[in-house]
Ligand binder design. Sequence first.
Ligand code: ADP
Ligand code: MG
Length: 678
Amino acid sequence: MPYTDTDIRFVKGIGEKRAQLFKKRLGLYTLQDLITYYPRAYEDWSNITRIDEAPMNEAVCIKAKIASEIEKSTTKNKKIEAYRFYIYDRTGQIQVTLYSKYSAANLEKDKEYLFYGKIKWSGTFRNMSSPDIRPFTDAKIRPVYPATEGLTSNQIAQNISTLFENIKLEEFLPDNIVKQYNLLSHQEAVTKIHFPQDKNDILNARKRLAFEELLLLRLGLTGLRNRARGNTSKRVLPIGLDEIKNLFSFELTNAQKRVITACLNDMQGIHPMNRLIQGDVGSGKTAVAAALCYATVKSGYMGVMLAPTEILATQHHKSFTDLFKSKGYNVALLTGSLSAKNKALIKSEVKNGNVDILVATHAVLTDDVELPNTALVITDEQHRFGVSQRAMLSKKAEHPHTLVMSATPIPRTMGLVVYGDLDISIIDELPRGRIPIKSYLVDTPLRQRSINYIKKHLEQGYQGYVVCPMIDATPENELASATEYAKQLEEGLLKGYTIGLLHGKMKPKDKDKVMAEFAEGKINVLVSTTVIEVGIDVPNAVIMVVENAERFGLSQLHQLRGRVGRGTAESSCIFISNSTSPTTNERLRSLCATTDGFKIAEADLKLRGPGNFLGKEQHGLPKLKIADLLEDQQILFAASKAAEDILNTDVKLSLPQHSELKFRVNDLFSERRKIEFN
Ligand code: ADP
Ligand code: MG
C-alpha cells in the first residue's frame, strides 16, 4: 500500500482531535486526501500596494509601520471591544480596527507589518477593519482553503506545509509523457499548487495536476470498457439490413441504417457491444432499438429496454407490441406501478424465459429481478441514468451487449468523460419529410394570441401541448401552474375542446391514462409540467406553448420542443418569457434560431457550467478536484491521447513502471465502484 493511503492522523502536527476535524468536517482521511485538498483561492501578499494608491473595497496587502499606541475602546454597553491604531508607509496613512484582543496583543508601535484586507471609508478615515496581520518578511502568495469551525485556512496550510517537509512524492507518470506534454513533476506541482512563488507557478501546477487527474479518469473509464471487451458474450445471428428494413412501415434513414449496421456488427462479434447512440430528438432512436431487439430475439435471447419514466416505458411497450405482433413475440412491461401480484407474475415469466422483450423502468434495477438469457440491454435517454447503474445492470444480465441512447447531445469534451467507457455513434439525420419546427419567443402580453394560435391548429384536427413550470399555483410566485392553466383553458379560450392535465405527482395509472387518451387523439391539448420532456411521441401534436421559458435550461427547452415536429405537418413552438433580462431573452432567441441540439448543448454548457449541465443524475463519476471540463478542454484532449498511448503499450497497466498509476486509477474510482485491471 503506498504511503499516500496513510491515515491523516500520522501527519506531524495533526493530533487526534484535529484529525477528527479533518475527517468529520472536511472529509479528509488520508495523506492523499490532504495533498489533493487544493486551495480554493490565493491571497497575494507578495503584491504590496502603496497606501496612496490602494483602491477601496478590494483586498490589498499593505506594508506599513504602526504609527500610534493601540487604543482600546468599548461600545456603550461594553459588549464590543475595539482596538484602533494608525499605520503608515512612505505614501500615506490609514486607520486599522481590530476586534480581537488576541490579534492586537503582540503588535508594537514603530514596527513594520503586512496588513491584508479591504480599505473602507469609516466616515472620518480610510479604515482597514480586521485585516490579517503578519511579519513584514512574510510577503508571499498564500493559499486559501475551504475552512471549517475549529480549523482555519491558516492551520490547514500549516499542516500541509509540515507534511511536505517530511515526505517525498514519487513521479508516477511515465517520463516520456512528462516530457512530451511539458509537465512539472508531480512533487513540484503539488508543492507549487499549495505554496506558489508567483502566478506562473499556479498556472503550471494547475496544468500538471489537471492533466494527471483527467489522465487517471480516462484510464479508468477506458479500463472499464476494456474489461467489458474481454468478456465472452452472446453473439447474435448474422441478420442483415434487408431483413430489418421489412420491420418498418417507413424507410430507414441512412443514419439509422449506418448505426444499426454498426450495432449489429458489434453484437455479432466476440466482445460485448458497449455503445452510445446520440441522436437529436426525433431522429428515430426507437426504431434502432427495435431493430436490435429483433436481432436479439431472432437469435434466441431476451432483449431488455429501460426507460426513465413510466410514461415512456408504457409508450415503448405499446410500440414494440404493435411492431412485433405479427411475429408472435412476447413483449412484457415491468414498472413500479404494477400491482405486487402482476410484478411477481412478470418477473417469473422473465425468469422462466417466456418473455422475448422486456420493457421496464428503473424498478428492475433495484428489484430482485433475474435476467437470464439476456443478450441486449438498452437504456433510453441515458442522461437520466448513471454510470454505476449501467454497470450494475450489465452485471445482472451477465455482460450482455449494452446500448445507451441519448437525445441530450453532449459536447465532445464532456462526452469523453461522461461516456468515456463507450463507443459512440451519432444519428445526424432526421427522417425525410420533416419540416423544421418554427420557434418564436414572445412576452406575456402575447399569451392570448398564442392560445388562439393553438386553437387554429385544433380546428384543423391537430393537437397541442402547453408546458408550465409548476404543478399547482402558489401565492409566493407568479409562475404558471399546470392545474390552474388547464382549468382556465377549459373554461375560457379553448372551451369545447378536451384539455388533459399531466404532472409528476399524479399516480402512474392516471398518467398512463391521460397519455393514452392524448395519443389516441381523445385529448386535444395536454397541459403538462416537464414530465413530457423525454421521449413522448405523438406525431399529430404540432404546436407547443412553453410558459415561463426563462426558467428552463436551453437543452431542456430543446427536448421539450422535440415533442412536436414528429409528423409531416409543420409544427411550431412558442416560448413565452416573463424575463426582462436581455441576456436571458438573448439566450432564448438563440434557441429559436437553431434546432441543432449539439450547438444548443454547447451554449448551455457554457452558460451553466458542467455541474448543472450534467445534473445530479450522473452519479458514478469521481468528482474532479482541480480539472474543469470547460476550461481545460485542451488538457483533456492531451490527457486522453496520453491515456491511449499508455494503454496501447500496456492495456492492463501491469508493467512495473505503471503500478503506481494503476493504484491511483483504482483509488480514484474506489469509493463508487471498483475498476480492476485484472
Ligand atoms: P427519438 O430519437 O426522439 O427517440 P423516435 O424514435 O421517437 O425519436 O421517433 C420519432 C418519430 O419518427 C416516431 O414517430 C417514429 O415512428 C418516426 N420515425 C422514426 N424513423 C423514421 C423514418 N426513418 N422515417 C419516418 N419516420 C420515422
Ligand atoms: Mg426516444
